[in-house]
Ligand binder design. Structure first.
Ligand code: RIB
Ligand code: NA
Length: 293
Protein backbone atom coordinates (compact mmCIF):
# COMPACT_ATOMS: atom_id res chain seq x y z
CA UNK A 1 0.00 0.00 0.00
CA UNK A 2 1.26 3.49 -0.94
CA UNK A 3 0.05 6.28 1.33
CA UNK A 4 -0.02 9.77 -0.12
CA UNK A 5 -0.11 12.66 2.34
CA UNK A 6 -0.78 15.65 0.15
CA UNK A 7 -2.85 18.23 -1.66
CA UNK A 8 -6.11 18.06 -3.56
CA UNK A 9 -7.05 20.95 -5.86
CA UNK A 10 -9.56 21.76 -8.52
CA UNK A 11 -7.60 23.00 -11.50
CA UNK A 12 -9.24 25.92 -13.29
CA UNK A 13 -7.47 25.80 -16.62
CA UNK A 14 -7.71 28.66 -19.09
CA UNK A 15 -6.06 28.51 -22.47
CA UNK A 16 -5.32 31.61 -24.51
CA UNK A 17 -3.56 32.63 -27.68
CA UNK A 18 -2.62 36.06 -26.40
CA UNK A 19 -1.26 36.41 -22.89
CA UNK A 20 -2.79 39.58 -21.39
CA UNK A 21 -0.55 42.48 -20.47
CA UNK A 22 -1.22 44.39 -17.28
CA UNK A 23 -4.61 46.14 -17.54
CA UNK A 24 -5.49 44.31 -20.75
CA UNK A 25 -8.50 42.05 -21.39
CA UNK A 26 -8.18 39.23 -23.89
CA UNK A 27 -10.47 36.40 -24.93
CA UNK A 28 -9.31 32.89 -24.16
CA UNK A 29 -9.91 29.78 -26.23
CA UNK A 30 -10.80 27.17 -23.59
CA UNK A 31 -11.87 26.79 -19.96
CA UNK A 32 -12.00 23.50 -18.06
CA UNK A 33 -12.22 22.42 -14.44
CA UNK A 34 -10.08 19.33 -13.94
CA UNK A 35 -9.15 17.44 -10.75
CA UNK A 36 -5.58 18.32 -9.70
CA UNK A 37 -3.28 19.00 -6.78
CA UNK A 38 0.15 17.38 -6.71
CA UNK A 39 -0.87 14.88 -4.03
CA UNK A 40 -4.03 13.75 -5.79
CA UNK A 41 -2.30 13.65 -9.18
CA UNK A 42 0.47 11.40 -7.88
CA UNK A 43 -2.06 9.18 -6.10
CA UNK A 44 -4.11 8.78 -9.28
CA UNK A 45 -0.97 8.12 -11.34
CA UNK A 46 0.03 5.23 -9.04
CA UNK A 47 -3.53 3.87 -8.74
CA UNK A 48 -4.07 3.77 -12.53
CA UNK A 49 -0.93 1.66 -12.81
CA UNK A 50 -2.43 -0.83 -10.36
CA UNK A 51 -0.96 0.20 -6.99
CA UNK A 52 -3.14 0.20 -3.92
CA UNK A 53 -3.16 3.84 -2.81
CA UNK A 54 -4.52 5.54 0.28
CA UNK A 55 -4.84 9.29 0.73
CA UNK A 56 -4.53 11.57 3.74
CA UNK A 57 -5.66 15.09 2.89
CA UNK A 58 -8.48 17.62 3.09
CA UNK A 59 -11.09 19.26 0.90
CA UNK A 60 -13.66 21.93 1.75
CA UNK A 61 -17.32 21.29 2.34
CA UNK A 62 -18.24 22.73 -1.08
CA UNK A 63 -19.07 21.51 -4.56
CA UNK A 64 -15.44 21.24 -5.70
CA UNK A 65 -14.62 19.28 -2.56
CA UNK A 66 -17.41 16.78 -3.17
CA UNK A 67 -16.48 16.40 -6.81
CA UNK A 68 -12.80 15.80 -6.00
CA UNK A 69 -13.65 13.31 -3.28
CA UNK A 70 -15.91 11.37 -5.67
CA UNK A 71 -13.22 11.53 -8.34
CA UNK A 72 -10.65 9.87 -6.09
CA UNK A 73 -13.14 7.11 -5.27
CA UNK A 74 -13.70 6.62 -9.00
CA UNK A 75 -9.92 6.34 -9.44
CA UNK A 76 -9.88 3.58 -6.79
CA UNK A 77 -7.95 5.62 -4.24
CA UNK A 78 -8.83 4.82 -0.60
CA UNK A 79 -10.31 8.11 0.68
CA UNK A 80 -10.81 7.12 4.32
CA UNK A 81 -8.08 9.58 5.39
CA UNK A 82 -9.65 12.59 3.64
CA UNK A 83 -11.36 15.18 5.86
CA UNK A 84 -13.91 17.83 4.86
CA UNK A 85 -13.03 21.08 6.60
CA UNK A 86 -14.47 24.60 6.92
CA UNK A 87 -12.03 26.16 4.43
CA UNK A 88 -12.66 26.27 0.70
CA UNK A 89 -11.30 23.44 -1.39
CA UNK A 90 -7.86 24.18 -2.81
CA UNK A 91 -7.78 25.50 -6.35
CA UNK A 92 -5.12 26.08 -8.96
CA UNK A 93 -5.56 28.75 -11.56
CA UNK A 94 -3.71 27.44 -14.59
CA UNK A 95 -2.90 29.73 -17.48
CA UNK A 96 -1.95 27.87 -20.62
CA UNK A 97 -0.22 29.79 -23.34
CA UNK A 98 2.04 28.50 -26.11
CA UNK A 99 2.16 25.03 -24.51
CA UNK A 100 3.61 26.59 -21.41
CA UNK A 101 1.84 26.92 -18.09
CA UNK A 102 1.72 29.38 -15.21
CA UNK A 103 -0.02 28.21 -12.07
CA UNK A 104 -1.43 30.14 -9.11
CA UNK A 105 -2.41 27.89 -6.20
CA UNK A 106 -4.79 28.86 -3.39
CA UNK A 107 -4.22 26.07 -0.84
CA UNK A 108 -7.46 26.50 1.18
CA UNK A 109 -8.36 23.23 2.90
CA UNK A 110 -4.96 21.71 2.05
CA UNK A 111 -3.54 23.79 4.88
CA UNK A 112 -5.91 22.04 7.29
CA UNK A 113 -3.87 18.85 6.90
CA UNK A 114 -2.49 19.12 10.44
CA UNK A 115 -0.28 17.03 12.69
CA UNK A 116 -3.45 16.05 14.59
CA UNK A 117 -4.95 14.75 11.37
CA UNK A 118 -1.84 12.63 10.85
CA UNK A 119 -2.12 11.22 14.37
CA UNK A 120 -5.76 10.31 13.75
CA UNK A 121 -4.62 8.43 10.65
CA UNK A 122 -1.47 6.94 12.10
CA UNK A 123 -2.66 3.38 11.39
CA UNK A 124 -2.77 4.30 7.69
CA UNK A 125 0.85 5.42 7.74
CA UNK A 126 2.32 2.57 9.76
CA UNK A 127 0.95 -0.10 7.43
CA UNK A 128 2.45 1.47 4.29
CA UNK A 129 5.10 0.14 1.96
CA UNK A 130 5.92 3.71 0.91
CA UNK A 131 4.75 7.18 1.95
CA UNK A 132 4.68 9.80 -0.81
CA UNK A 133 4.55 13.54 -0.12
CA UNK A 134 4.89 16.91 -1.85
CA UNK A 135 5.06 20.37 -0.32
CA UNK A 136 1.56 21.75 -0.84
CA UNK A 137 0.51 21.04 2.77
CA UNK A 138 1.91 22.65 5.97
CA UNK A 139 5.64 22.12 6.54
CA UNK A 140 5.05 21.00 10.18
CA UNK A 141 2.84 18.21 8.88
CA UNK A 142 5.50 17.02 6.43
CA UNK A 143 8.03 17.08 9.26
CA UNK A 144 5.72 15.11 11.51
CA UNK A 145 5.16 12.42 8.87
CA UNK A 146 8.92 12.23 8.22
CA UNK A 147 9.64 11.60 11.89
CA UNK A 148 6.94 8.91 12.15
CA UNK A 149 8.30 7.19 9.06
CA UNK A 150 11.85 7.30 10.37
CA UNK A 151 10.81 5.72 13.67
CA UNK A 152 8.78 3.05 11.88
CA UNK A 153 11.33 2.47 9.12
CA UNK A 154 8.91 3.33 6.33
CA UNK A 155 10.46 4.55 3.06
CA UNK A 156 9.51 8.09 2.00
CA UNK A 157 9.39 9.57 -1.47
CA UNK A 158 9.35 13.36 -1.29
CA UNK A 159 8.68 15.48 -4.34
CA UNK A 160 9.94 18.90 -3.20
CA UNK A 161 7.42 21.10 -4.99
CA UNK A 162 7.09 23.98 -4.35
CA UNK A 163 10.76 23.99 -3.37
CA UNK A 164 10.64 27.02 -1.11
CA UNK A 165 9.08 24.89 1.66
CA UNK A 166 11.91 22.35 1.68
CA UNK A 167 14.37 22.03 4.57
CA UNK A 168 17.77 20.49 3.89
CA UNK A 169 17.98 18.75 7.26
CA UNK A 170 15.18 16.46 6.08
CA UNK A 171 17.62 14.69 3.77
CA UNK A 172 18.47 11.99 6.32
CA UNK A 173 14.81 11.09 6.70
CA UNK A 174 14.06 10.87 3.01
CA UNK A 175 14.53 7.73 0.91
CA UNK A 176 13.95 9.34 -2.51
CA UNK A 177 13.89 13.04 -3.37
CA UNK A 178 12.62 13.95 -6.84
CA UNK A 179 13.25 17.62 -7.65
CA UNK A 180 13.27 19.04 -11.13
CA UNK A 181 16.33 20.99 -12.23
CA UNK A 182 15.12 24.34 -10.90
CA UNK A 183 13.99 22.90 -7.58
CA UNK A 184 17.29 21.06 -7.23
CA UNK A 185 19.33 24.21 -7.71
CA UNK A 186 17.09 26.22 -5.44
CA UNK A 187 17.28 23.68 -2.61
CA UNK A 188 20.97 22.84 -2.73
CA UNK A 189 22.40 25.98 -4.32
CA UNK A 190 24.52 23.82 -6.61
CA UNK A 191 24.29 22.32 -10.07
CA UNK A 192 22.29 19.08 -10.16
CA UNK A 193 25.22 16.89 -11.14
CA UNK A 194 27.07 17.67 -7.92
CA UNK A 195 23.86 17.19 -5.94
CA UNK A 196 23.40 13.72 -7.45
CA UNK A 197 26.98 12.84 -6.51
CA UNK A 198 26.38 13.94 -2.95
CA UNK A 199 23.21 11.84 -2.62
CA UNK A 200 23.67 8.63 -4.60
CA UNK A 201 20.53 6.51 -5.08
CA UNK A 202 18.55 9.15 -3.21
CA UNK A 203 18.11 12.21 -5.40
CA UNK A 204 16.48 11.64 -8.78
CA UNK A 205 16.41 14.83 -10.81
CA UNK A 206 13.74 15.14 -13.49
CA UNK A 207 14.83 16.97 -16.63
CA UNK A 208 11.57 17.54 -18.50
CA UNK A 209 11.58 16.10 -22.01
CA UNK A 210 15.27 15.17 -21.50
CA UNK A 211 14.27 12.46 -18.99
CA UNK A 212 15.81 12.03 -15.54
CA UNK A 213 19.12 11.27 -13.82
CA UNK A 214 20.52 9.83 -10.59
CA UNK A 215 23.85 8.63 -9.23
CA UNK A 216 24.22 4.87 -8.78
CA UNK A 217 27.16 5.00 -6.37
CA UNK A 218 29.73 4.93 -9.18
CA UNK A 219 28.45 7.16 -11.94
CA UNK A 220 25.70 9.53 -12.92
CA UNK A 221 23.05 7.57 -14.80
CA UNK A 222 21.10 9.64 -17.33
CA UNK A 223 17.95 8.07 -18.62
CA UNK A 224 16.66 9.89 -21.69
CA UNK A 225 13.01 10.88 -22.06
CA UNK A 226 10.71 9.80 -24.84
CA UNK A 227 9.94 11.93 -27.85
CA UNK A 228 6.28 12.80 -27.73
CA UNK A 229 3.66 15.15 -29.03
CA UNK A 230 3.05 17.34 -25.97
CA UNK A 231 -0.44 18.79 -25.60
CA UNK A 232 -0.25 19.86 -21.94
CA UNK A 233 2.72 19.31 -19.64
CA UNK A 234 0.80 20.14 -16.44
CA UNK A 235 1.25 17.22 -14.05
CA UNK A 236 4.08 15.51 -15.97
CA UNK A 237 6.19 15.56 -12.80
CA UNK A 238 3.28 14.05 -10.89
CA UNK A 239 2.97 11.26 -13.45
CA UNK A 240 6.70 10.60 -13.00
CA UNK A 241 6.41 10.43 -9.19
CA UNK A 242 3.30 8.24 -9.11
CA UNK A 243 4.84 5.84 -11.61
CA UNK A 244 8.22 5.81 -9.86
CA UNK A 245 6.48 4.95 -6.57
CA UNK A 246 4.50 2.19 -8.27
CA UNK A 247 7.63 0.69 -9.82
CA UNK A 248 9.71 0.85 -6.62
CA UNK A 249 6.88 -0.81 -4.67
CA UNK A 250 6.73 -3.52 -7.32
CA UNK A 251 10.35 -4.38 -6.56
CA UNK A 252 12.07 -2.55 -9.45
CA UNK A 253 15.56 -1.06 -9.16
CA UNK A 254 15.94 2.73 -9.29
CA UNK A 255 17.18 2.44 -12.86
CA UNK A 256 14.15 0.41 -13.98
CA UNK A 257 11.78 2.61 -12.00
CA UNK A 258 13.13 5.76 -13.66
CA UNK A 259 12.74 4.20 -17.13
CA UNK A 260 9.17 3.23 -16.30
CA UNK A 261 8.38 6.67 -14.84
CA UNK A 262 9.84 8.45 -17.89
CA UNK A 263 7.41 6.57 -20.09
CA UNK A 264 4.46 7.37 -17.84
CA UNK A 265 5.40 11.06 -17.84
CA UNK A 266 5.74 11.15 -21.63
CA UNK A 267 2.30 9.56 -22.05
CA UNK A 268 0.74 11.98 -19.56
CA UNK A 269 1.64 15.08 -21.57
CA UNK A 270 -0.18 13.82 -24.64
CA UNK A 271 -3.54 14.56 -23.02
CA UNK A 272 -5.08 17.71 -21.60
CA UNK A 273 -5.11 18.24 -17.83
CA UNK A 274 -2.92 16.93 -15.05
CA UNK A 275 -4.97 13.85 -14.19
CA UNK A 276 -6.46 13.47 -17.65
CA UNK A 277 -3.37 11.83 -19.09
CA UNK A 278 -2.20 9.54 -16.27
CA UNK A 279 -1.60 6.27 -18.15
CA UNK A 280 -2.62 2.73 -17.32
CA UNK A 281 -0.10 -0.09 -16.92
CA UNK A 282 -0.97 -1.44 -20.39
CA UNK A 283 -0.28 1.92 -21.99
CA UNK A 284 3.10 2.18 -20.27
CA UNK A 285 4.01 -1.42 -21.12
CA UNK A 286 3.18 -1.05 -24.78
CA UNK A 287 5.37 2.06 -25.08
CA UNK A 288 8.16 0.35 -23.15
CA UNK A 289 7.88 -2.44 -25.67
CA UNK A 290 6.76 -5.02 -23.10
CA UNK A 291 10.31 -5.28 -21.80
CA UNK A 292 10.06 -4.44 -18.15
CA UNK A 293 6.82 -5.51 -16.55
O1 RIB B 1 1.72 19.56 -10.59
C1 RIB B 1 0.56 20.09 -11.15
C2 RIB B 1 -0.41 20.50 -10.08
O2 RIB B 1 0.13 21.57 -9.35
C3 RIB B 1 -1.74 20.99 -10.60
O3 RIB B 1 -2.68 19.95 -10.72
C4 RIB B 1 -2.14 22.04 -9.59
O4 RIB B 1 -3.28 21.73 -8.84
C5 RIB B 1 -0.91 22.27 -8.72
O5 RIB B 1 -1.05 21.74 -7.46
NA1 NA C 1 -1.59 15.93 -19.23
Amino acid sequence: MITVVGSINMDLAVEMEIFPKQGETVQGTLFKTIPGGKGANQAVAAARLGSRVRFIGAVGNDSFGKELYENLIKEKVDVSGIAMTENSTGIANILLHNRDNRIIVIPGANYDVSKEMIDENIHHITGSKLVMMQLEIPVETVEHVLSICRKQNIPVLLNPAPAKNFKKDWMQEITYLTPNETECERIFGADWESVLKEYPKKVIVTLGSAGAAFHDGNNIVRIPGHQTNAVDTTGAGDAFNGAFAHAICSGKSIDEAVRFANVAASLSVEKFGAQGGMPTLDEVMSRLGGKER
